[in-house]
Design a protein around this ligand. Structure first.
Ligand SMILES: Cc1cc2nc3c(=O)[nH]c(=O)nc-3n(C[C@H](O)[C@H](O)[C@H](O)COP(=O)(O)OP(=O)(O)OC[C@H]3O[C@@H](n4cnc5c(N)ncnc54)[C@H](O)[C@@H]3O)c2cc1C
Length: 300
């Protein structure tokens, strides 16, 4: 008998916790492979699916870090994202070959995943229910797992996929405890980056793809101030920096500034990263700690 106050959801075969890119990709695969009317439930607090930290950006200058020809959601259809991009690019735009090598706006990838999800749902014997809620707790049982949702009671599932993504690290950044309050912001706070005055001299801590996002946004705002980039391994995704930047150059900064606090042992070289020429050691070894700071002067 069911308690009249029981808000529990009907049990399911598969619960997917998180409806970002990973959760939607898991749902796509489960729905495609289903041969029986499996019940799949996805729990996601956001109103729109496939809008995790990467693809929620509304800014066109934020691009994918992999060319369109290699971003398919399906192993057996490697050109699927490219097909989507070609089909949704207005007439007169770049041709297929150019698009295959292009770094497409990230917001279009969320659109792609949502489009494919609707198509796959329509063709699958399985069903997908999306519940807009947050999972607060999991209880393992012999025959599955009980999920405790914040607003929708409980959900019993035979299998569970955890697709909750990475939580952005809170500021202040580790290793930079002396940043004055209100003078630092998270690179993923895209609106705050857009609001930086165009003449500000600023420092970006870290030289990975979020640095590239930030520089792209600043360039889009015609930023004229100097942008310093602190790198702990003297590598940067230079190739991904904006073609609109007229002058990108690196230099070693000597002295006892905060750079010393960021001088850490050499890291594994990231894919696609390029060692800053001014900082490379004789045999490509990690440069001396005092040189482990780079300044990037960007003119839009
Ligand atoms: C700035 C940036 C750019 C990136 N660019 C690229 C790129 O170009 N190409 C690429 O392949 N990768 C890129 N990535 C990596 C990217 O984050 C992953 O590819 C992908 O978005 C990860 O998907 P995910 O589902 O794991 O996480 P997310 O997309 O972040 O989704 C996690 C979801 O889980 C939900 N959630 C969290 N906790 C709960 C809970 N308790 N209950 C229910 N739901 C919950 C959240 O609301 C969120 O929607 C980028 C990352 C960043 C930060």
């Amino acid at each position: 008998m069911t308690d009249a106050t029981d808000t529990s959801l009907p049990p399911c075969d598969l619960a997917i916790i998180g409806g970002g890119a990973g959760g939607v990709l898991a749902a796509l695969q489960a729905l495609r492979r289903a041969t029986t009317p499996l019940r799949i439930v996805m729990i996601e607090p956001r109103d729109v699916l496939a809008q995790g930290v990467a693809y929620a950006t509304t800014y066109g200058e934020h691009v994918l870090n992999v060319p369109a020809g290699r971003m398919s959601a399906f192993d057996d259809r490697p050109a699927d994202f490219l097909d989507y991009v070609v089909a949704t690019t207005p007439p007169g735009g770049p041709d297929r070959e150019t698009l295959a090598h292009a770094f497409i706006e990230r917001r279009r990838y969320g659109d792609y995943l949502r489009t494919r999800l609707q198509e796959v749902i329509a063709a699958s014997p399985a069903s997908l229910q999306v519940v807009h809620d947050t999972v607060a707790e999991l209880d393992a049982r012999d025959d599955g797992t009980t999920l405790h949702l914040v607003e929708h009671g409980t959900l019993d599932a035979r299998g569970v996929v955890l697709a909750v993504g990475n939580t952005p690290k809170p500021l202040p950044a580790r290793g930079a405890p002396h940043l004055p309050e209100g003078r630092s912001l998270a690179a993923w706070d895209f609106d705050a980056v857009k609001a930086i005055p165009a003449d500000a001299e600023l420092c970006i801590i870290g030289s990975g793809l979020s640095m590239v996002d930030t520089v792209l946004s600043l360039a889009d705002n015609s930023h004229a101030g100097t942008i310093h980039v602190l790198s702990r391994h003297a590598l940067a995704a230079v190739a991904a920096l904006p073609w609109r930047c007229r002058d990108v150059r690196s230099r070693a900064v000597a002295g006892d500034g905060p750079a010393r606090a960021h001088a850490l042992p050499a890291q594994r070289r990231p894919a696609g990263g390029r060692r800053w020429p001014a900082l490379a050691g004789r045999d490509g070894a990690h440069p001396p700690a005092r040189a482990d700071t780079v300044a990037v002067d960007v003119a839009a």
